[in-house]
Design a protein around this ligand. Structure first.
Ligand code: FES
Length: 509
């Protein structure tokens, strides 16, 4: 149990920022470029293209900036955990160097836009540290340091870090940064509006139809006819039989925003081992908020979600002398087979529908780099990084093994969910809790809300039929196979599923 009270509801600190609102699309329209997804990728791409006089329409199925971008820890860094030694081994020094350079170019663009538009977004230059407290990871840190040297990344190998944590070693990457992502993107949205970009919220894209041009089809049956379509919707809303769901796996992770009696010494931190711990601060109303993140696990798998928050609280309490826990929130991230995002044509030769997804947890740099690459594709400008992010790439090693692992895990969960037969008693269900039971042979998830109303849904995921599990931290039904998420009433929060969970009638006893 937590010693300190966790906030009752999840809410990211960033979302306190007042954002513009937009109406729903209620007619069919035309544009040069249609963008689906109002996060950092979609908004930055809209900005870059609208500056070059492209007519851009951006739609979001919810409110803009309420997806992964609204739930990030917002580190602007090329230090994406321990990655460069692995990349050099799997794809060679040249490509690993390009990955680093793409992230640094993204950082440069963010800095340039902040300066150009005088954006007040708590931007700070910080060093980034990946550390370990486990002897078993020493060799990996040493190898990562050698990889930094090969790639000429400005760095240091340390046995101590400024933060008071018992560590064995750390690799420091100099001159990285952090900011408030929504303060930054809110201003980019204003700039986009000045450049004529049209935004629509609560507008869900469900398909693409091809006539002479691709048409984005919305759930309400309207069409956006464009020359180019960009799926920047986290999980691509359209995959042209490219089976993205079988080439990525979803992970959830958690963040606490705390106030502490200690003084933060600066820096942004992440550990190398599991469970993950990520630490940075950001200015809050009553002094710095420490953002303590981690506890990653595959979506819909593992222990009760609230325990993950409790473990972050225990870690923070042990090391950082908590005053108060002010916010808690969680995020979902997608990881590709080789850990490099998929950015480019949705399928080979498809030159007018693009995807950008699989950023692992590094959406600020990967999302901005994606925007630069996609804008270059559309303006037919050569881009030196595009090749390594091609969604149609195939690296036999280690891709095949990872592909098998991802899909064996899915098969396991598909079967396990079907065999898990529970007959939990509804009469014992407490307020704000859920059970899985059987009603007339259907595996049914039932949530009792604060007003004691029961919400019953068929737990069969509408994507490919796995069984969803209850997420007590976010009050959602999450699928362990490819990460689809549904509200307790069954509506889709996150794909690949497009259809809601079926409602189930609870019989009167
Ligand atoms: Fe694929 Fe649920 S997300 S089966």
């Amino acid at each position: 149990m937590s010693e300190n009270q966790l906030p009752q509801f999840p809410e990211p600190f960033w979302r306190e920022t007042e954002l513009p609102t937009f109406k729903k699309l209620d007619t069919s329209i035309k544009a040069d470029v249609g963008i689906v997804g109002g996060g950092i990728t979609g908004i930055t791409t809209a900005y870059l293209l609208s500056k070059q006089n492209f007519k851009v329409v951006l739609i979001d199925s919810d409110e803009i900036l309420n997806g992964t971008t609204g739930h990030t820890t917002a580190k602007i860094t090329a230090q994406h955990g321990l990655i460069y030694d692995e990349f050099i081994k799997h794809m060679g020094e040249e490509k690993a160097a390009k990955y680093y350079k793409a992230a640094m170019k993204a950082k440069e663009l963010i800095e340039k836009l902040i300066t150009e538009h005088k954006i007040d977004c708590d931007y700070e230059q910080q060093d980034a540290y990946v550390y370990t407290s486990d002897d078993g990871y020493m060799m990996q840190l040493e190898n990562e340091m050698k990889a930094y040297e090969k790639l000429q990344i400005s760095s240091e190998f340390l046995s101590e870090i400024p933060l008071k944590l018992p560590i064995k070693a750390a690799v420091k990457m100099h001159d990285q940064a952090q900011f408030h992502p929504l303060k930054y993107l809110k201003e980019l949205v204003q700039e986009c509006k000045k450049n004529g970009v049209l935004f629509y919220e609560n507008t869900t894209a469900v398909d693409i139809e091809y006539n002479k041009h691709p048409n984005i089809v919305t759930r309400d049956g309207h069409r956006i006819t464009c020359n180019h379509v960009i799926a920047a919707s986290h999980f691509p809303f359209y995959d042209k039989q490219s089976f993205y769901f079988a080439r990525m796996y979803p992970q959830r992770s958690y963040v606490l925003a705390i106030t502490s009696k200690l003084k933060f010494p600066g820096g942004m931190y992440i550990n190398a081992e599991n469970p993950t711990r990520s630490i940075r601060t950001t200015p809050g109303d009553k002094g710095p908020l420490w953002l303590i993140g981690g506890e990653s696990h595959k979506t819909g798998q593992g222990e009760s979600v609230i325990h993950h928050y409790e473990k972050l609280e225990q870690f923070s309490s042990k090391h950082f002398d908590i005053q108060d826990i002010v916010y808690r929130w969680s995020a979902q991230d997608l990881t590709t087979i080789d850990k490099v995002p998929y950015i480019g044509p949705v399928s080979k030769g498809e030159e007018n529908v693009y995807v950008a997804t699989g950023y692992r947890k590094w959406g600020m740099t990967n999302g901005t780099a994606a925007a630069m690459m996609l804008a270059d594709r559309i303006t037919e400008t050569p881009n030196e990084f595009a090749e390594i992010y091609e969604p149609s790439r195939f690296q036999p090693d280690p891709s095949v093994r990872k592909f098998m692992e991802i899909n064996a895990d899915v098969a396991k969960h598909m079967l396990k969910g079907k065999l898990d037969f529970s007959n939990n008693k509804l009469t014992e269900l407490k307020t704000d809790e859920a059970v899985v039971t059987r009603i007339n042979g259907t595996r049914t998830g039932i949530y009792k809300d604060k007003k004691e109303t029961l919400h019953a849904v068929d737990t069969t995921c509408t994507h490919l039929g796995c069984e969803v599990e209850w997420n007590s931290g976010d009050r959602s039904w999450d699928c362990p196979c490819h990460g689809s998420r549904f509200t307790y009433e069954g509506s889709v929060i996150e794909g690949p599923a497009k259809k809601p969970l079926a409602k189930v009638e609870i019989p009167n006893e």
